[in-house]
Design a protein around this ligand. Structure first.
Ligand code: PFF
Length: 477
């Protein structure tokens, strides 16, 4: 039994495939193409990838199902849905705090996500300029960044960071696009955007991966990504892998709870959740197989950190055949992925504002988007005017982080694991078992297995990793 038929914002996906595209769009984003290869590179490759996949299967997938089913059963924004299910299950209304934590996490992620997406837009322009320049000079398959030294190419990132105006403008362009899509509505905005952007994204991804496979060091990349070296794993890497699994699947940030409320009753949730998790993980691995052959082809460092796609790859493109064209395609595909994710981040808090204050969608989207934009501006200033600021200097784990990294750290390492932990406890122990069973569509043994993972494994594993990550000395290392 669903408690209500529709989200109180009155919206619905027009079909199951529309929901899947939108949810895969939410999941596939900067997390897959920027963060996953970066973390895999920094943590030695194979072992990290293996742990990551383990987390996705054992923790991520059961939680994706939990969140979309809570959303559909509750039928409102993230806070309202959890409250509805809690009340129906004769539990305290205070459980709605789980929804509130998620909405806050999603809102904070949106604010810095848009800044990073702004960097991507910058590189779309840079690569685009190169390509069109080459096209008009009669040599379309020229290299990117022609005539520039490695230092000059790397320096572009520094130049961008030194310019608050440029960072803020690019951030504004991205946030503006996000607001516009969310303001247009669930089926006219979010669904339409996903329908166009996601298939295009997949085609572009396959093009660049195939290019890397033929022109780069594919075998070396495969070895790097799939040969585990467990000596590289430590509690911090485990915490990073879990945070990344949650972030990449869009868990605990209000997006899935909110999208879940727009799913119609006839959709079978379990296979749908599996499709989202599989598609997201495949894209992350494909992104690794797209990036590392190119990085290895020119003998660059896979552990370059966040600069991997903004500095290392442009250097690689500059010495590869058709590098300017591939560079352009690469940054456009990241931009598409980022946009379909940011709309889900904005939709969570927007749906809540619509429900809570009974205001129209466009106004709500603009209001929420503007506040997130403001926080993003502070993050952008953290690279120049406020570059000395270390907001969490008092906290060992985050002491060195600049403003954007601090926000990324607190959301990824604390709020997402905590939100996931609470969803697991709520779904596994608090929510009415009959309601849950009906919503999953799982029967017998599969339901027992899912419930075991959600009620036992998720809280224990997520709780432990959360603790280990925050108190690195706990294992005596
Ligand atoms: N899953 C997105 C990514 O991998 O880039 C980020 C994200 C989107 C996180 C939506 C949370 C969310 F609700």
């Amino acid at each position: 039994m669903a408690l209500t038929q529709a989200g109180s914002t009155g919206d619905h996906w027009s079909s199951r495939s529309a929901f899947i595209l939108a949810a895969v769009g939410a999941a596939v984003g900067l997390g897959n193409i920027w963060r996953f290869p970066t973390l895999a590179g920094e943590n030695g490759g194979g072992a990290f990838v293996l742990v990551y996949i383990g987390f996705v299967i054992l923790l991520g997938l059961p939680l994706v199902l939990s969140e979309i089913l809570l959303g559909r059963a509750g039928g409102e924004d993230a806070i309202g849905s959890v409250r509805n299910v809690a009340v129906h299950s004769k539990r305290s209304e205070l459980w709605k705090g789980v929804g509130a934590l998620q909405i806050l996490a999603g809102f904070l992620i949106l604010s810095f996500y848009s800044v990073v997406a702004g960097w991507v837009i910058n590189y779309v322009f840079v690569a685009g300029e190169d390509w069109f320049g080459a096209l008009f000079s009669g040599a379309p398959f020229s290299v990117a960044f022609a005539g520039e030294t490695q230092e000059q190419i790397t320096g572009r990132m520094g130049d961008l960071f030194a310019s608050p105006g440029k960072l803020i403008l690019l951030h504004a362009i991205f946030m503006g696009a996000t607001i516009w899509i969310v303001a247009s509505g669930v089926s006219d905005g979010i669904e339409k955007a996903a329908k166009w952007l996601m298939p295009t994204f997949f085609v572009l991804l396959v093009i660049v991966t195939t290019y890397g496979a033929f022109t780069g060091e594919f075998a070396q990349a495969v070895k790097f990504l799939f040969t585990p070296d467990f000596s590289k794993l430590n509690p911090i890497a485990l915490n990073e892998a879990l945070g990344q699994a949650l972030f990449s699947l869009s868990l605990a940030a209000g997006g899935l709870l909110t999208y879940g409320a727009y799913i119609t009753r006839d959709v079978n949730l379990a296979p749908t959740a599996a499709m989202i998790a599989v598609a997201d993980t495949l894209v992350a691995i494909l992104a690794g197989l797209m990036i590392f052959p190119i990085v290895f082809a020119v003998g660059l460092d896979p552990a370059a950190g966040p600069a991997l796609i903004f500095q290392t790859l442009p250097i690689a493109f500059s010495s590869m055949p058709a590098g300017s064209l591939i560079g352009l395609v690469f940054f456009v595909l990241i931009f598409f992925a980022a946009l379909t994710s940011s709309i889900s981040l904005l939709e969570g808090p927007t749906a809540w504002v619509i429900d809570r204050f009974r205001i129209r969608r466009p106004i709500a989207a603009i209001m929420v988007g503007l506040v997130a934009f403001g926080i993003g501006v502070i993050c952008a200033l953290g690279y120049n005017i406020l570059s000395d600021v270390r907001p969490l200097a008092f906290w060992d784990v985050f002491a060195e982080n600049d403003i954007l990294d601090a926000l990324d750290g607190v959301t990824g390492k604390i709020m997402l694991p905590l939100g996931a932990f609470l969803v697991a406890i709520f779904t596994g122990w608090m929510a009415d078992r009959r309601l849950i069973e009906q919503q999953t569509g799982l029967d017998g043994g599969m339901f027992m297995l899912w419930r075991f993972l959600v009620a036992w494994l998720c809280p224990i594993a997520v709780g432990l990793v959360l603790l280990l990550g925050l108190v690195p000395g706990l294992l005596g290392d």
